[in-house]
Design a protein around this ligand. Structure first.
Ligand SMILES: *[C@@H]1O[C@H](CO)[C@@H](O)[C@H](O)[C@H]1NC(C)=O
Ligand SMILES: *[C@@H]1O[C@H](CO)[C@@H](O)[C@H](O)[C@H]1NC(C)=O
Ligand SMILES: *[C@@H]1O[C@H](CO)[C@@H](O)[C@H](O)[C@H]1NC(C)=O
Ligand SMILES: *[C@@H]1O[C@H](CO)[C@@H](O)[C@H](O)[C@H]1NC(C)=O
Ligand SMILES: *[C@@H]1O[C@H](CO)[C@@H](O)[C@H](O)[C@H]1NC(C)=O
Ligand SMILES: *[C@@H]1O[C@H](CO)[C@@H](O)[C@H](O)[C@H]1NC(C)=O
Ligand SMILES: *[C@@H]1O[C@H](CO)[C@@H](O)[C@H](O)[C@H]1NC(C)=O
Length: 862
């Protein structure tokens, strides 16, 4: 009653190893095939499989029954390798199927180490299991054949070697020692010799190719699974960071004749004047506004009053480090020696803003930051005629106007709130717009010429959410290493919440009583409807100075104030945003009742993979058309989630009006990063994907009493903190002491203020936009406000350079990709000219310099 052919264990194990390794290798090669010259790819093709082959040979040898006691041990080893190979290959193929990218094991294990991360990984389990099953089936089908081929081939080779040896030594009994073959007597010697010669010649050539081929990128392509896995999980010892600032790669731009003296609040600019270990004594003097004791976040100011650094909390990471050295090395950011810093604080505030400020009618009592998950600029708002709109229309493929009207009506209803927030029209026909406006959750009561500053051209500082979050709340560039070392380090600038604590402290020390808005205390709150446990976010929030946080874990216990039985999670992270509405409402009411000023930060989440929406929320089919199989499922889900979040933003704006705080509240809308879909690039998602669709984000400073202006600036979210300070100062929303402190502090930050004309260049220096690509340490996005070029810089040998000219290819459909910088330059020169190639050269140097400098000021130790 055997329905399946009998499966022999040994052939099956061998076959499993072969199928797994070959499958993994093919996926690996597929990822690189676009970037390599066809001829060398074909030439070196066999060498890519050399190590896989050697592993198979060893496995085959271990499986031979004639090895006596080693028999069982050999079998066990091979079985273990087979299982590891199977799991690794299934994960690799499954991951590739979902994202188009390669698994990195080191990253995967860090993600799996926390519960949210594990759920994230498990969400991709179905394709992995499917691939695993397919491998098992294939391996069992071909196992008899594989065994036969290996058996006869090896027997021939081994036998002829032994025959040759016995002939040389005069013996005649060659085959007698051979346990491996059972039919060798029947084979003529000549055939065996031919097999031997062919084998020897083939492997000699292979060895030659293997030795002579260039190491990058081919070595990386030759790895075989059990070993690549081992290497990834046991990374080599890293080098310790320098504690000195490295010389800037473009010395002519920082030469002494360009230095700027301090004047007024401006601290001057003289990179290279002092070196970092002596900077404190020379530069710092206690600021006038200093409190008696420094609140958290001001370690840099505290440091100057302590001679040497003692065993304080933030030296902990140094103590734990593997790198030796005195612990009193503590590097910090110093704006006067930052060769990349360009300030625009010396320029006048934009005229329309200045006009309303002169009337003293605008005040900012509360600040709300809406950090929006995966908010691409092209869906904030979604516009007719955009690249995405055109793709949808093309796919729809209909010529009938009536259907087109129906489609446009659906699309116009996707982001009507974002249209009002940004003041940018979706440009849909008026009928489509009118029907979309019927159901608005919020209707902007301010006139069309009022509403605040809409930044066009903003990009994120990191496509990893929490790194991006640091940028928008602390005005810092995050650390270009994998994952969140930042959780354990002193953030090198005070975050917005720390500054508000300083304001509170200044009032406390002087015994100021709250009589009006300016003397009131600040309360900082963070809120999201999803878990705070992913990647240690709760810890990061504490580190960033939030006084309180509300996350999923606080709202879904029976003790929670608004707990209800039918709360439903919509993705592996938690609930839809609407679950925090009552808490949001409460914090506004409490702040009003206590006379506090609110700094509220809210992270939206529904637009995160897998883009689930609450069950009562109607889903649209944006990518429908006449096609039977919908190839655009993910993007369609995303667009539905986008519409959900759009209605949510309307709900929040409405709440601000209903609670009466709208006229005195600044609301900052910012995307944490974009999100690439297969409609945009061959790799989807943000993981190790530098595509521009992961970087363009909306950025709006919304205030109903500020004039509506568009500011064109290729700024990153590190400009948010200086802009908030600039607005607080110049709307006269701070008391005298706070104004003094804020006006001084604003000069400490790297970002430019977005209520002043953005400086793309200054004395030949460019306003660089450097973006860290998820997961942090493998690639860097290097761009500059001065040019339309963009470079993705690999930080490890496993990745390529990518270059694009956004003025000619705004959606990065045809990027230049290369392994080698020299051949990259010549290809750029051919396609975009000498200037572009020269810029790429600079960008590579600046990018590398920046990585070292950020590791230095974050006091990063491996
Ligand atoms: C930095 O300053 C310290 C103390 O002033 C000095 O000992 C050291 O040599 C300087 N290093 C460099 C590279 O100039
Ligand atoms: C400075 O000294 C005080 C008192 O010894 C200590 O509490 C604090 O942690 C020190 N700060 C730094 C940054 O070393
Ligand atoms: C410094 O702190 C660590 C733990 O944070 C502790 O183990 C060590 O004993 C402390 N060293 C001194 C000199 O206080
Ligand atoms: C408005 O909302 C109602 C109920 O929520 C829904 O049935 C209707 O389709 C919506 N209209 C538009 C234009 O979205
Ligand atoms: C840079 O800003 C301009 C507007 O000033 C915008 O058109 C362009 O797309 C921006 N670049 C990027 C990479 O977003
Ligand atoms: C907000 O809270 C107030 C007072 O507690 C309550 O009257 C109101 O209904 C709440 N609104 C929402 C939307 O929860
Ligand atoms: C907000 O300000 C506008 C313009 O000054 C005014 O018309 C409106 O009534 C104010 N709203 C509230 C709730 O005070």
């Amino acid at each position: 009653m055997h329905l399946l052919p009998r499966l022999h264990l040994r052939p099956f194990l061998l076959s499993l190893i072969i199928v797994s390794s070959v499958a993994a290798k093919i996926i690996h090669l597929l990822q690189h095939i676009r970037t390599l010259p066809r001829s060398s790819f074909l030439l070196y093709l066999p060498t890519f499989f050399l190590f896989d082959f050697l592993v198979v040979v060893v496995a085959w040898a271990l499986l031979q029954k004639t090895l006596g006691i080693g028999n069982v041990v050999g079998l066990a080893i091979v079985a273990l390798v087979a299982i590891v190979d199977l799991s690794a290959a299934s994960s690799q193929l499954g991951f590739f199927y979902v994202t188009g990218a390669e698994v990195r094991w080191g990253a995967a294990t860090s993600v799996a180490a926390d519960s949210g991360g594990l759920k994230l990984l498990l969400s991709g389990l179905v394709p992995v299991v499917a691939v695993g099953a397919a491998i098992l089936v294939l391996a069992s089908i071909i196992s008899p054949l594989v065994w036969l081929i290996f058996d006869s081939w090896f027997s021939s080779v081994v036998n002829s070697v032994l025959t040759l040896r016995s002939r040389c030594s005069g013996g005649e009994s060659g085959g007698r020692y051979l346990p491996l073959s059972n039919n060798e007597q029947k084979q003529p010697h000549s055939r065996k010799s031919i097999v031997l010669y062919v084998t020897v010649v083939f492997f000699t050539c292979l060895a030659y190719l293997q030795i002579t081929r260039p190491p990058v990128p081919y070595d990386h392509m030759s790895g075989t699974i059990p070993f690549t896995l081992w290497e990834a999980l046991n990374p080599a010892e890293k080098v310790c960071q320098s504690t000195e600032q490295q010389p800037f790669p473009l010395p002519e731009l920082v030469s002494e004749d360009l230095w700027e003296p301090a004047s007024g609040r401006y601290k001057g600019w003289n990179p290279g004047l002092v070196n970092s270990s002596s900077e404190y004594e020379q530069i710092f003097s206690k600021p006038k506004w200093a409190p008696e004791t420094w609140p958290a976040g001001f370690g840099r100011w505290e440091l100057q009053s302590n001679d040497t650094l003692d065993n304080s909390s933030y030296t902990e990471s140094l103590v734990q480090s593997k790198c030796p050295g005195p612990f009193n090395i503590h590097n910090t950011y110093d704006p006067t020696i930052d060769p990349m810093r360009i300030t625009n604080l010396g320029s006048d505030i934009l005229e329309p803003v200045q006009k309303v400020l002169a009337d003293h009618k605008v005040s900012i009592k509360h600040v709300i930051v809406m950090e929006m998950e995966s908010a691409r600029k092209d869906i904030f708002p979604f516009k007719m005629g955009s690249h995405l709109h055109e793709m949808i229309v093309d796919y729809y493929g209909t010529t009938e106007d009536s259907n087109m009207d129906e489609l446009n009506a659906k699309l116009a209803a996707m982001t009507p709130i974002a249209e009002q927030i940004t003041g940018e029209s979706g440009n849909f026909p008026s009928e489509a717009r009118e029907s979309a406006e019927r159901n608005l959750t919020w209707k902007d009561p301010s006139g069309p010429d009022m509403g605040g500053i809409n930044v066009v051209g903003a990009v994120t500082g990191s496509s990893l959410s929490f790194k991006s979050f640091l940028g928008s709340h602390c005005g810092v560039a995050p650390l270009p290493v994998d994952f969140m070392f930042e959780n354990r380090a002193e953030i090198y600038q005070p975050c917005m919440m720390h500054i508000l604590d300083l304001f509170n402290q200044l009032k406390e020390e002087r015994g100021v009583k709250a009589t009006d808005m300016r003397s009131a205390k600040w309360k900082s709150i963070f809120m999201q409807s999803i878990t705070g446990e992913f990647d240690n976010q709760n810890h990061l929030n504490d580190q960033m100075g939030f006084q309180s946080t509300i996350v999923k874990e606080k709202i879904d216990t029976g003790r929670a104030k608004y707990y209800h039985e039918d709360m439903k999670e919509i993705n592996y992270f938690g609930y839809p945003e609407i679950e925090i509405l009552p808490y949001l409402n409460d914090s506004i009411h409490e702040a009003k009742a206590n006379g506090d000023r609110l700094f509220l930060s809210h992270f939206t989440s529904t637009t995160h993979h897998p883009w689930g929406t609450p069950s009562g929320f109607p889903t649209e089919n944006y990518w429908s058309g006449d096609h039977l199989i919908n190839k655009h499922e993910d993007n369609n889900k995303f667009l539905n989630a986008v519409r959900y979040v759009d209605t949510w933003l309307g709900t929040v704006m409405k709440l601000l009006e209903d609670t009466g705080i709208a006229n005195e509240t600044l609301v900052v809308f910012v995307g944490d990063h974009g999100q690439a879909f297969k409609e945009d690039s061959h790799i989807t998602g943000t993981f190790e994907n530098g595509h521009i669709s992961n970087f363009r984000i909306p950025l709006v400073f919304r205030h109903p009493l500020l004039p509506r202006i568009d500011v064109a600036a290729n700024a990153t979210s590190i400009s948010i903190l200086p802009t908030i300070l600039d607005l607080l100062i110049h709307t006269d929303s701070l008391d005298a002491d706070d104004t003094e402190a804020a006006s001084d502090l604003i000069h400490e930050y790297e970002g430019q203020s977005l209520i002043r004309p953005y400086k793309n260049t200054h004395n030949g220096r460019e306003a660089w936009n450097i973006g860290i690509i998820n997961t942090g340490g493998t690639m860097l996005s290097v761009a500059s406000a001065a040019v339309p070029y963009r470079l993705t810089l690999p930080l490890t040998e496993e990745h390529t350079f990518l270059f694009s000219d956004l003025s000619k290819d705004p959606n990065e459909i045809d990027v230049i990709e290369d392994w080698d910088s020299n051949s990259l330059y010549s290809r750029i020169e051919k396609k975009y000219g000498e200037e572009a190639a020269h810029w790429a050269e600079k960008a590579i140097d600046v990018g590398h310099w920046w990585v070292n400098e950020k590791k230095r000021i974050w006091n990063y130790r491996e």
